[in-house]
Design a protein around this ligand. Structure first.
Ligand code: PGA
Length: 257
């Protein structure tokens, strides 16, 4: 069985000091993270805060650093970009194709594929993001949308440690959430599609491909999503900005059998 995972994605929030304070608060004994033993915790602060947050998290095993994005070229004249190899000095994980990158920064399926490849080449676990738009959801085209994203985003990527993050775009930061039976049906479909690409062992739960749900996850709903048979964890945006809420979500996920 896969280890569960909770990803706290701070996005473009918190400066370096605030990021360190939030990580320090999360580790305070009052939140009892020492008792969490079957869940990996990944924090993705801004690039600037990665190093300092890593120092805080070094106090406890099972907490990993992740980058919110990565550029796919290994090096060169790409002003403002950060390569996977550079990130690998600090990070164990990196997002590839978060919907906000696709929406605001023009990430295409081809770019996302190259980002996934760059991560695997550099030994970073990619957090490969997929998710249908509100329009596709309303039109009943969720599965076709996701199949396209998976087949293009992973085309010739060899089986590897990976997180496949399902984030229905219409549920991000909106407080609107899909029903758990909808998420379970989609995650089952995602794992079947991965099995088609990689063979059943790579997606059936024995291997390192973890399927994670994101979209307005909060302490009240985290356990319901994490308990779904085809879900290996959750990614949290807004609620993760508060250490107390993030700790509650981590415990809720860890308690699920
Ligand atoms: P949210 O963000 O929890 O604020 O909806 C989740 C995400 O962007 O993955």
């Amino acid at each position: 069985m896969n280890r569960k995972i909770v990803i706290g994605n701070w996005k473009m929030n918190k400066d370096i000091r605030q990021s360190v304070e939030c990580a320090e608060e999360l580790l305070q004994s009052k939140y009892g993270l020492d008792t969490v033993n079957s869940t990996d915790i990944v924090l993705t602060p801004s690039f600037l805060a990665l190093n300092e947050v890593k120092k805080v998290c070094a106090q406890r095993s099972g907490i990993y650093l992740g980058a919110q994005d990565v550029f796919y070229e290994p090096s060169g004249s790409y002003c403002g970009a950060i390569s996977a190899a550079m990130l690998s000095e600090v990070c164990s994980y990196a997002f590839a194709g978060h919907s906000e990158r696709r929406m605001y920064f023009g990430d295409t399926d081809e770019m996302v594929y190259r980002k996934v490849r760059a991560c695997t080449d550099a030994g970073i676990v990619p957090i490969f993001c997929i998710g249908e738009t509100g329009r596709a959801y309303s039109a009943g085209r969720t599965k076709a949308y996701l199949r396209y994203q998976i087949e293009h985003g992973l085309k010739d990527v060899r089986p590897c440690d990976m997180v496949v993050l399902y984030e229905p775009v219409w549920a991000l930061g909106t407080g609107r959430t899909p029903r758990t039976d909808e998420v379970e049906e989609v995650m089952c479909f995602v794992k079947e599609t991965l099995a088609g690409l990689y063979g059943p062992d790579r997606s059936a739960g024995q291997a390192a491909v973890r399927a994670v749900y994101a979209g307005s996850v909060c302490p009240e709903n985290a356990a319901a999503y994490a308990a779904l048979p085809h879900v290996d964890g959750v990614a949290v945006g807004t609620a993760s900005l508060c250490a107390q809420k993030l700790a509650a979500i981590i415990h809720a996920v860890d308690r699920v059998d």
